[in-house]
Design a protein around this ligand. Structure first.
Ligand SMILES: Cc1cc2nc3c(=O)[nH]c(=O)nc-3n(C[C@H](O)[C@H](O)[C@H](O)COP(=O)(O)OP(=O)(O)OC[C@H]3O[C@@H](n4cnc5c(N)ncnc54)[C@H](O)[C@@H]3O)c2cc1C
Length: 509
């Protein structure tokens, strides 16, 4: 049975370390939600250069024009096959995300429309934020806040972290460009690559890669390996043209047979465009966001001309010699310097560097959903599970009675930490009581691994304990190397070894 509650750890885990999370995009917000739902009671601070949460899945707003808002990065999210990331169900039931039901199509070079499924960003289950894409991150933060009593994660917006400093006693200090210390924390999490990638030297003229500089002298091989992998990661940039169309002309745009138009390969070559997203505004206007193909910054007139040319079959010819579209009242460019990471990405085994207390999550982590919102969600959930497992492991190492009562053991399974918490006897996982018709539940094991939380009931098999829900199997013939299997057509086996307890972090945790 897939555990659906996040309450189970709260009464069991003692105080967790403080976290400074760089970035309040999907990954940073999902990490905060995953940790709080898993019982993390330490302070969580999100440091974000943008004006609000969202990152590349943000919604652009105007202080002067309340009805104007445009999703200027990702217009939607898609989930491909596999278990749904755990945070999606509460986002859906909280109405933060809704299924994407708008018409989508793909434009071919001869000006005809084909089905949209060829675009990898349009396959699978499609969702959008209810009022704008930033509802996704707002929803994640609401999920993190709903967990009380630990204080809500604190968002520090409009704040660019420029320097990082490893404290001599362990832990991290965050510093802005002026040299002012912004904050301190036991652990540092990078949910964006800016502080660990050489592109900032080119883009902002920085003299060094901040995390590389801070890591010098720490002697943490795991962090150095992660930094080397990040430094060599390619990033694709994008330039988006944002158009605002007045209400009369907007009716023609909103009557088009698509709200999202992908361009196939030859069409991309012909028009230099990758996608068009048409977004109605509350007052009858609409916004149009055109995503360019090229990595170079493209000027407004060239992009607008390309849009007008691609849409001739629906909007008609432009006035002779003019590139401007009818009814456009505002034009803006948005340049995404690091729009999409280039595969293969950072290995999930490099996400956690315990010796230096640095961790990574974001769409740049290799795995399902890489380079998309799905990957940002999955990586954050996997990191939350690893951090929660680590804290419980450290508590066990310290002999904490609270943790010992949970009978939790940490394993490494196929490279990722797994926390197995067994509850013996007539119990259910706390927070999931079910005594329906007078029945009493039996022993269970709760497995937290990657983005999964599985509560498996004990089998009646003779011999050492084994647990299964029919799909997942966990058995302890050799407690050092449990058998961990998944049946999905064929049987998938994961190799697990018990992890020896490490030392506690400094700072009293
Ligand atoms: C034009 C475009 C279209 C896209 N279309 C789709 C799509 O259709 N479907 C899809 O699934 N995905 C799409 N994506 C990708 C999707 O937006 C990303 O995969 C996802 O939003 C990544 O989330 P993240 O949290 O990993 O990273 P980010 O959103 O980049 O979050 C990292 C955050 O960290 C902040 N930050 C970094 N360094 C610092 C610092 N030093 N100080 C303070 N703050 C800092 C940044 O400001 C940023 O907000 C698109 C992206 C772009 C740009």
């Amino acid at each position: 049975m897939a555990g659906s509650s996040g309450e189970s750890g709260q009464s069991r885990r003692p105080s967790a370390p403080s976290l400074a999370v760089i970035g309040a995009g999907v990954a940073g917000c999902a990490l905060a939600a995953g940790l709080r739902r898993g019982g993390w009671d330490g302070p969580i601070d999100l440091w974000e250069a943008g004006r609000g949460p969202g990152g590349r899945a943000a919604t652009r707003r105007s202080r002067q024009d309340a009805a104007w808002r445009l999703d200027h990065g990702a217009p939607l999210l898609n989930l491909l096959e596999g278990p749904e990331p755990e945070l999606v169900a509460p986002l859906r039931s909280g109405d933060w995300i809704v299924p994407w039901r708008e018409p989508a199509a793909e434009l071919q070079a001869d000006g005809t429309l084909g089905p949209a499924e060829a675009d990898p960003l349009l396959r699978g289950a499609l969702y959008r934020g209810r009022l704008g894409m930033d509802d996704l991150c707002r929803g994640l933060l609401a999920l993190a806040q709903a967990q009380g009593p630990p204080p809500s994660p604190t968002g520090h917006y409009g704040t660019l972290v420029r320097h990082l400093e490893a404290r001599p006693d362990g832990g991290w200090r965050l510093i802005e460009a002026t040299g002012t210390v912004l904050g301190e924390a036991d652990w540092l999490v990078l949910s964006g690559t800016l502080l660990a990638h050489p592109r900032a030297m080119e883009r902002f003229g920085w003299s060094e890669v901040p995390l590389q500089r801070a890591a010098e002298g720490l002697g943490d091989g795991a962090l150095e390996t992660a930094l080397a992998a990040l430094a060599s990661m390619g990033m694709q940039s994008r330039t988006n043209l944002m158009l605002t169309i007045e209400p009369t002309a907007a009716t023609r745009w909103l009557a088009l047979p698509f709200r999202l138009l992908g361009f196939d390969g030859p069409a991309q070559q012909r028009w230099g465009l990758r996608r068009l997203a048409i977004q109605p505004l509350a007052d009858g206007r609409c916004g149009v966001v055109a995503h360019s193909v090229t990595d170079a910054v493209v000027d407004i007139a060239a992009l607008e001309g390309a849009v007008a040319s691609a849409l001739v079959p629906w909007l008609g010819e432009r006035p002779v010699g003019g590139d401007a579209l009818e009814g456009v009242v505002q034009r803006q460019l948005m340049h995404w310097g690091a729009a999409f990471p280039v595969a293969p990405g950072l290995s999930p085994t490099a996400m956690l560097c315990p010796a230096s207390r640095v961790a990574f999550c974001g769409d740049f982590i290799a795995g399902q959903g890489f380079g998309r919102i799905e990957g940002a969600l999955r990586s954050a959930q996997a990191l939350a599970a690893q951090l929660l497992a680590m804290v419980l492991l450290l508590c066990l190492a310290l002999g904490s009675p609270a943790a010992a009562a949970a009978a939790a053991v940490t394993y490494r399974c196929d490279g990722d930490l797994l926390l197995a918490t067994s509850d013996n006897g007539a119990v259910d996982a706390p927070g999931l009581p079910n005594t329906s018709a007078g029945t009493v539940p039996g022993a269970t094991v709760l497995l937290e691994w990657r983005d999964l939380r599985l509560q498996l009931p004990r089998t009646n098999n003779a011999g050492p304990p084994s647990y299964t829900d029919g799909l997942w199997w966990w058995s302890l013939e050799d407690p050092q190397q449990p058998r961990f299997l998944h049946r999905r057509g064929a049987i998938e086996r994961f190799s697990c070894q018990a992890v020896a307890a490490g030392g506690p972090p400094a700072g009293g945790h």
